[in-house]
Every structure is written in C-alpha cells, then in structure tokens.
Write a protein that binds this ligand. Sequence first.
Ligand SMILES: [Zn+2]
Length: 587
Amino acid sequence: VRYRPPRSLVAVLLAAASTAGATTIVGMTERALGRSADAIVIGTVARIETVAGRDGAIHTLVTLEVEERYKGHVAPVVTLKQPGGRLGGRQLWIAGSPRFVRGERQLVFLSARRDGTARTTALGLGQFRLAPHPRTGDVMAERPVDLLVLGARPLRRVPLWKLLRTLRRAARDDRGRATAPLLAEPPELSLPGLERETVEAFQVMDAPPARWFEPDGGQPVVYAVDPSGDAKLGPTASLAAIDGALAAWTNVSGAAITLARGGAAVPAPLSCNGVTQIVFNDPFDEMGAPVGCSGVLALGGYCSGAASTVVNGLTFYRILEGNITFNSGFGGCSFWNTANLAEVATHEVGHTIGIGHSSEDDVAAPELKDATMYYRAHFDGRGAAVHADDVDAVRFVYPGPGGGPDDSDADGRQDAEDNCPKLPNAAQTDSDGDGLGDLCDACPLESDAEGALCEPIFVSKLVATRTRRRGRIVWRGSIDLPEDATVDAARALLVHQSGVLVDTAMGSSLGASARHPSALRYRSGRGQIVLRRRGPGTYAVRVTVRRVDLGTAPVPLISASLRVGSVSFSDSLACSRRRGRRFTCRG
Ligand SMILES: [Zn+2]
C-alpha cells in the first residue's frame, strides 16, 4: 500500500469556475483577490508569535514591516492575526493557511475582520513569497497551493512586475469601492495573561501525521452538526450530504474508523474547545465573503495533542477535535448543489481524520487525480464518495479487519487481472500494449517499456455535445512544444471506461514549414487539430471531432492523449454528469 503522510489539511478554495485560456483565468483570479482585499502590501516578516485564548482559540500573530502599499490604509508596521498555530504540545491546524518565516519578504493581500484585525485574504491564496529568480535575478512571486481548488490551476509563480500589473488593472476597475481600515495591532499582541510563544516560522501545513485514537478502542468519532444547514440548500439536503460524507469513510472495508453524526452543534468559531463540529454559513466571519463565485468555500482543521502512537511504521499525534465551517454566499453559483456539497464535505471530513491530499500536482497519476482527496474539486456528480486512493489512505491510517474486495474498482475485472485496478475500465483499453490500461497510464500513446514520458496538457477542458448525427467533441488545452520538435503529423486519442471514444490520426500540417509557426492545422475526415502559438514554445490546442458515438452510459473519466510529431501529451479528465445534450470534462 502506497501512502503519503498527510501534508496538508482541509480548507477548500475555489478559484472562479470560468472557462478561457490559462493566462486569463489566472489573471482573473488575482484580480478577484485584489478586488476582495482591503489592503495589498509588500513587507518583511519581523516577528511571529503564537497565542492561546482561554476559550481554546489559538492564533498566530505575524508582524510585518511594510515597505510598499498598493491598496488600502495600513500602518508601517502591521500585525496579522492568523487562525491556528502550535503552542506547547497543542496545535490547531487550519488547512490552506499561509506560511511565514521570519525575515522573509512577501506580498500579501489583507482583509479586515469584523473587529478590524488583519488577516490574509483567502488564507494561503492571499500570499506570495518574494525571492530572486536563481538564473535571471528577477524578483519572483511564489506561493504554495495546498487547498482544495475548483477550476483553473492557481498561479504558483510569476514575475513580481507581472503580478503588480494585474493588481493595478484590478484597482482601476475597482475605483470607488470602500475598503475597511485595518488595525495595526490585534489586542492579543499586548493582552496580559495569555499563553504565548515566539516562533521562527508559521508553517502549519507541514504538520506531522495525526489520527484519532478512538477507533483503536472501537469508539466512534462523533460530529455535532449545525441543524440549520446551508442557507441555499436547506437543512434536509445539507444534513444528507454530511451523513453521506461520514458514511463514505465509515463504510470502507478494511478500515476501522466509524464516523457518526451527534447532536445539534451550537456554532462556535474554529478553536480547540473540545467539540467536533460542522457549521454552515460562516456565522463568525472566519473566511470572508466570496467574490464573483470565487473565494474560500469551507474552512477546516483539527486540534491535536502531544500523545502519539505508531501505525504502519509512522508516528501519529492524537487528534482531539475536528472542525469544518462552510462559507455563505455561494448560493447563487452554478456549482452549488447537494452533490457538490457532499463532495466537499467528504474531502473536508477526510482531512479531519488526518488524511492529506492525494496530490497537489497538476500533473499527477490518474488515480491520484481521481481521488476525492486530490487538491482540486471534481464536481463530477460523485457526491459523497471515496475512490481507490482515498480507500488506501484510510486503510493505512486506520487498519482494520477484513481486506478489500477482489475487484476494487467494481468494473467486473478481478484486481489481479485488471490492467487498471484502481479506476473502472471494463473495456481494458490498452492502446500502447504495455499492460497498463489507458485510464491508468500516464502516457497511453507510448509504451512504458520504452521508458517514454508524456508531456502535460494544461487547462484541459472537453465539451461533448450530442447532435442529430451522434456527437461532437471539442477539447482544448495548452501545451509546451519543444522548439526542435517535428510537427509533420498529429493524433488525438480519447479513451473512457467502455472503450475508445476518439482515435484520429491526421497527416501533414498546414503551416509546418515555418521555423516557429504561429499556427499548425491537421485535418482528417472527422475532425481537426489546431495549434496556435501563444508564446515562446507554448501553443493553445483545439481538437474538434464530429460523428463521435457518445453512447448513453455515464463517462466519469477520460484519458486524453495527443501526439504532435514525435512528442506525446496526456491528461486525465474528470467529467460532469450529462446535462441535457452535453457533458463537460476537465483536467
Ligand atoms: Zn484539502
């Protein structure tokens, strides 16, 4: 059993679920952040201190010496109050938190709480660390992204000047919107009688593994749940989503954890107050309102103590309490429905039992991308479901009697003779004949025996539409094509669980004779592949295929491959349910 120690916890972050080329989405996301923030500054981390309140609250106070202000009114020295931290043996971990190290220079987006104290906007998304590029010396802005994200991959690294240009544009659009003033110092900075500790770094995300000890004694883990439910979806649907999430983890055979819904939660802020709770509609304004359907969707974490135990060779600290708070204000967004609430709840509950992300890499193995614990939301209608890699993780952390079934993915093929045992693929399609089914193969067009690797396809999106004559598929993405690549032919291969959806080889490209062609076009009887140059080595790809037999069975996952000349690209796409005549899949 392969297992990654839980690196990060909870917190769901939604980037705008829009559709467009990569750069636009990224720009929009930073613009939304810029619009939402009350202040934007560059400063240096001067001091970090963790303080504990009597009510169980743990905060980390981060003092910044401000050198430059881009928005809002901020004192030359400002102290942020970030939720979470480690004090003595106790810790409160809030997933997706920003990271701070003393002496580090950062660009931060700041928001005022109701009491005027400052915090980063949208947790870790509102933070960029600044450091010179090792080769060019340009100042680069970088951030870790370890939240659950919907939509486009968030910007992780960008030259500072480019980021500032985006922010200036956002500020121009935004003229006249009032910003809240930020307190220079939260009261906790000087309040006597608080337990406090100065630390060098605030990096709660790099936390050691933790687990509940209750299952070891056959006890359930009980969540008090806010009976009012999500304001848009209502109490019945909301509680059903939570019950589904708890059951999804409980029902894994070979794992010994039981999660149960207890009484009604009296909503409390995220703190270590001894109550494990799930709360809706952000009653304590802990995450800020969404902007244009983007922002933090839910916040969660857990409290752990100093006791530890060893399971499967790994030392785990004891989880004492888990908390999840859902935001308000997403009710009007197209994606906000019961199935998606259930998916988010399942992901968040997974964090509260100590399970980290299957991967935070956009170019991850298909079964890691398929996991409910992947860092990006699927919103493919899966609802409260755990998939193969989630099952491995919970079995590892809470080993129990009874093993897994002989057919893990329930596709009618015993694991021992399934060429892709972790993803349903009844058809067993294996285009390159390397023994690895296409749905599990990171490179379905190149036999692994040759040690071939595929290049990634970024911001991949596929729309399948049923037409009068069968169906039509439009698949778009972005690729990096090496300057010396041959571009004489192209092939697109789309495979799903029931077999090959599209396999179309196309000959000689128009435009391929130029040294750095601005466009490459390949045609066959049924479709075409168009590559348009977007920058040095970067091409936008559009594959259009007509007369595709879309069938009527669900298409949860598509293995999407492209070959241009001698270079192969691949991505696995998670698909929405069919709505009317179409469904949409995203990489
Ligand atoms: Zn997560």
